[in-house]
Design a protein around this ligand. Structure first.
Ligand code: AMP
Length: 326
């Protein structure tokens, strides 16, 4: 991957807007804040903004910028990180930018940038930012703030180095980030701490989790339940991990009732699930995907199709969703 044009464009522009996806996660916050730190440390006179929604639990990496003047974008370079399609870019003002660059690690569906830096095999966009950074060791600079951000993005998207995409490059960059000041204990503390209300909601998830005939574990957190436990939607959504690692269940799903949709978080340690998510208008990776359903009525079908996917997987036969064979 030749990062020459990325560095050239960063040098060319005085104003750079870095965009992330809707419902940002650790890798989104990590890659945005990491890249911002690299640019601002190396080129202190440039104006750099990070733009996606605010997530309280990730603000230890840096806050998103509040840009009210749209004029700023007209002469800006836009860099979109960790976002597979243009529909998922949280701040639509990316359209106003003079040029757009995509930096991502999701399966390519939409090359919306004027320049696209995509590696589908790297386990985190934060690692792609590291690859860019370490390509120019003499030129680019980063402080411990950037190192914390990129290290966080790396461990959140690899679930602490637990996925197969993790390789020598991952550990090399992780080590280099620690050398640059990433504080692993500080990061772990911030990622692991949860509210007492969330702890209480966990017992609800364990009490109500269901398992389908072929082994899909799932739980539903409706708006009423979320309000009752007085947790944020993000706190509720984070509980998908509770359903993981059940021996009989290679696929697990958490359905979360957001104000205007039901968010689906689906995970697998068996069959690929991205095609299933795509069939419902969503997307993602082979083992971690998601979708937004219009109503709870659709949940039933989603569970049914997931169960069929697991049946086919266990019997080693192809799975068809719609006209597609998976
Ligand atoms: P999440 O469960 O939100 O962590 O999402 C897991 C993966 O699925 C991420 O890579 C997301 O980008 C992707 N994803 C989640 N929801 C959607 C959606 N509605 N449309 C497309 N991709 C999604």
């Amino acid at each position: 991957m030749d990062f020459g044009i990325l560095l050239k464009k960063i040098k060319e522009y005085d104003t750079i807007a870095i965009f992330g996806h809707i419902r940002p996660d650790g890798d989104c916050y990590g890659s945005l804040n990491g890249l911002k730190n690299i640019i601002m440390t190396t080129f202190p006179t440039k104006r750099v903004f990070c733009l996606t929604s605010h997530v309280e639990s990730l603000t230890f990496l840096g806050k998103m910028d509040d840009v009210t003047d749209d004029e700023i974008f007209t002469n800006a370079l836009g860099i979109v990180c960790d976002t597979s399609t243009r529909e998922r870019i949280a701040d639509k003002r990316y359209k106003l930018c003079k040029e757009l660059i995509k930096v991502d690690h999701h399966i390519v569906i939409d090359n919306y940038g004027n320049y696209n830096f995509v590696d589908e095999n790297i386990p985190a966009t934060s690692l792609l930012i590291c690859r860019f950074f370490f390509t120019y060791p003499e030129e680019l600079k980063m402080t411990s703030i950037g190192a914390n951000a990129l290290y966080t993005g790396t461990i959140t998207d690899t679930s602490n180095f637990r996925y197969r995409g993790v390789n020598l490059e991952t550990f090399t960059y992780a080590g280099k980030l620690v050398e640059l000041g990433a504080d692993v204990e500080y990061i772990d503390h911030n990622l692991s701490c949860e509210s007492l209300r969330t702890t209480k909601l966990k017992t609800f998830v364990y009490r109500t989790l269901k398992v389908t005939k072929n082994g899909v574990a799932y739980a539903k957190l409706t708006k009423t339940i979320i309000n009752h436990y007085n947790v944020t939607y993000d706190e509720a959504a984070s509980l998908v991990t509770l359903l993981s690692n059940i021996k009989e269940c290679p696929v697990w799903i958490l359905f979360i009732g957001y104000p205007k949709e039901v968010r689906v978080r689906i995970r697998s340690n068996g069959p690929d699930i991205n095609m299933l998510a795509e069939a419902y208008g969503g997307g993602g990776h082979q083992k971690a995907a998601g979708a937004s359903l219009k109503s709870w009525f659709k949940v039933r079908n989603f569970v049914k199709d997931s169960d069929e996917l697991v049946r086919c997987y266990k019997q080693n036969i192809p799975y068809k969703i719609g006209k597609k064979e998976v």
